[in-house]
Ligand binder design. Structure first.
Ligand code: AGP
Length: 613
């Protein structure tokens, strides 16, 4: 979703801004723009220069005039919410005197009301966006002898909604003012130069020293430093932290796409999620961040997992693990629905929010709803220090590494591993025997090598994906543990290849979807070698009897009578099998998308982190 970058220092801002915007492309966007303060000359005062276009960052780079010089600048990639993607609606937005320029992530909820008032006072709006309201509002509070930060503070007091903003003032080119409320802003500290962005990935080439603003905080950023303060002008001290990921984590590293790289990074990601958390002596897991002792955990009677999209499906696998290993009722629900149904919050229920980015607005709002009603929430989150991680009472960091591609793969897998650790920990506090605990511990340790084994089938999966890619749609089926695998497999295929895909429990086929089966609608079937094997094979027979094509993902070869093709994956313990069955489906979706010529890392209409409702 929208991205912000800002630079102030002795160099020209625009090369950094363009590169930073390129690094934020993965978040999804439809237009891009820059503003710099062109320095005063002997004949003219300093003034704003703005360049913005509908389209890609490359289009913006081509449109930026050669004389677009200035050491103070802001940039933006926009994902349309208010108004169509267009040059006029692209950010930055300016006031009528072109003195103030603003880039904004988030939504101004009272934009219509503010716009009406500003228009009555003489402002002329040049876009349909809520952001332009901010530019006029800040200009209206800007006095000739006042400070930009005071005008920004005064303006933001009138705003209802969420924002991460960066503001330029042509008359105060020695500073950029940034503010955060519900949409991230991170400052980057350089040598006599400073950076800001909505996402650390835009900064890591230039500095590893960063400061994350908290909600309700602002900062004045100058070339030689920064000052953070609250909306009431109270100074707050923020210590820089060091970004611990290698710069290479933000590159494709020789792979054709980030998605392929991230699929192949999964063995390492799983090793990091497990690192230091397995206790072989007591056959359990150590999860230091839960902030719950064994006695408190024993009092939990139910687990409710909240997440969106793939995070919700990973939660379904997590719920299954918790029920099986700890025998505690557990259920996963879309966070986007949860808060709208006035949920009953129970004291003995543990709520678990799942989010790779830690910034998904629907999940954050669900966490806030639980907390407002006195519930306890843990976060299973990849991005350290993100909004959801900070809002939760405790949790498990995935340590999967930065995930750039819009489609989640390594974070999904690491989330399931984190749930396996939580389920093991819970189980061993309840009735999971030491022998079963040891069984799970050794199965978890074996996962990285088993994933490597599956990844070696990449070429074979690519061949199959190309053969199935032109299908009019695909069905994904599985039973019980296999059903969330089918759901995630269908999700991955549809989001990156745009091939329609539906997931069903195999047991439901006869209750409706069997009517769809034909040679044009192939089925991808999960066929683990578990207690439901015979029932799964029966379902395949029913599909084949109706001339359906079948690709089985199985632990043992399924012959041509029941499946046209079969991918054999290594067997784990039954509780962990779903995690491995999912890996070939990621490669299948990836190669189908490549075969269809899709923009794999940036699928249409989607954004990496959905920071609006
Ligand atoms: C995953 O492939 C999707 N892009 C999407 O469903 C994603 O998982 C969802 O938007 C939640 O994101 P989060 O994990 O960052 O909260």
């Amino acid at each position: 979703m929208c991205g912000i970058v800002a630079y102030i220092g002795p160099k020209d801002a625009s090369p950094f801004l363009l590169e930073g915007l390129q690094r934020l492309e993965y978040r999804g966007y439809d237009s891009a723009g820059l503003a710099v303060v062109a320095p005063a000359t002997r004949t003219a005062p300093a003034r704003l220069k703005v360049c913005k276009v509908k389209g890609r960052v490359a289009d913006l780079a081509a449109a930026v005039p050669a004389r677009f010089k200035g050491g103070t600048g802001i940039g933006h990639t926009r994902w349309a919410t208010h108004g169509v993607p267009s040059d006029a609606n692209a950010h930055p937005h300016t006031d009528n005197e072109d003195r103030i320029a603003v880039v904004h992530n988030g939504i101004v909820e009272n934009a219509d009301e503010l716009r009406a008032k500003l228009t009555a006072d003489g402002a002329v709006f040049r876009s349909e966006t809520d952001t332009e309201v901010l530019a006029h509002l800040i200009a209206a509070h800007r006095t000739d002898d006042g400070e930009l930060e005071d005008a920004v503070r005064a303006a933001l007091k009138l705003v209802v909604g969420t924002y991460g903003i960066a503001v330029l003032d042509a008359e105060q080119p020695d500073r950029i003012v940034v503010a955060r409320n519900g949409s991230p802003i991170v400052l980057g500290i350089g040598e006599k130069e400073m950076f800001a962005a909505s996402d650390v990935s835009a900064l890591v080439r230039y500095t590893r020293q960063v400061v994350h603003l908290e909600d309700g905080e602002l900062a004045t950023v100058r070339a030689d430093g920064f000052r953070t303060f609250t909306e009431d002008a109270r100074t707050v001290t923020r210590q820089p932290s060091t970004v611990d990921w290698e710069i290479g984590s933000y590159d494709t590293g020789g792979y054709a796409h980030y998605l392929l790289k991230e699929i192949h990074e999964q063995p390492g990601a799983v090793e990091r999620t497990l690192s230091g958390r397995l206790d072989e002596r007591f056959a359990t897991a150590h999860l230091g961040g839960l902030n719950l002792d064994a006695r408190e955990l024993r009092e939990i009677r139910r687990v409710k997992i909240l997440g969106c999209g793939s995070a919700y499906y990973a939660g379904e696998m997590g719920a299954q693990l918790i029920e099986e290993l700890a025998r505690i009722p557990a259920h996963s629900e879309p966070a986007s629905e949860f808060r709208y149904r006035n949920p009953v919050i129970e004291a003995d229920t543990l709520y678990v929010a799942v989010s790779q980015s830690g910034e998904t607005y629907d999940t954050l709002a669900a966490v806030q709803e639980v907390k407002r009603k006195g519930g306890r929430v843990l976060g299973v989150v990849n991005t350290v220090g993100s909004a959801i991680a900070r809002e939760c009472d405790g949790g498990i960091y995935l340590h999967a590494g930065p995930e750039i591609s819009v489609a989640s793969t390594k974070a999904f897998t690491s989330t399931v591993v984190a749930f396996a650790l939580l389920a093991l920990h819970f189980g061993r506090i309840h009735d999971l025997s030491p022998a079963d605990g040891r069984r799970i511990v050794s199965a978890l340790k074996a996962l990285p090598d088993q994933i490597r084994e599956i990844l070696e089938q990449d070429a074979e999966i690519a061949r199959l994906a190309a053969a199935y890619a032109d299908s009019q749609g695909m069905m994904f089926i599985g039973r019980v543990r296999g059903y969330p695998v089918a759901r995630e497999g269908a999700q991955k295929l549809k989001e990156i290849s745009y091939v329609h895909a539906e997931a069903y429990p195999a047991s439901e086929l006869k209750h409706g979807p069997l009517a769809l089966i034909s040679p044009e609608l192939p089925t991808v079937a999960m066929v683990p070698d578990d207690e439901l094997l015979d029932k799964n094979l029966t379902a395949l027979g029913e599909i084949k009897a109706r001339e359906g094509r079948v690709l089985a993902v199985a632990h043992r070869p399924v012959g041509p009578r029941l499946a046209d093709h079969c991918l054999v994956v290594p067997k784990s313990e039954p509780e962990l099998d779903p995690l491995l069955l999912n890996i070939p489906l990621q490669l299948f979706a990836y190669h189908a998308a490549v075969a269809l010529g899709r923009d794999v890392d940036k699928p249409r209409n989607l954004a990496k982190s959905v920071t609006v409702e």
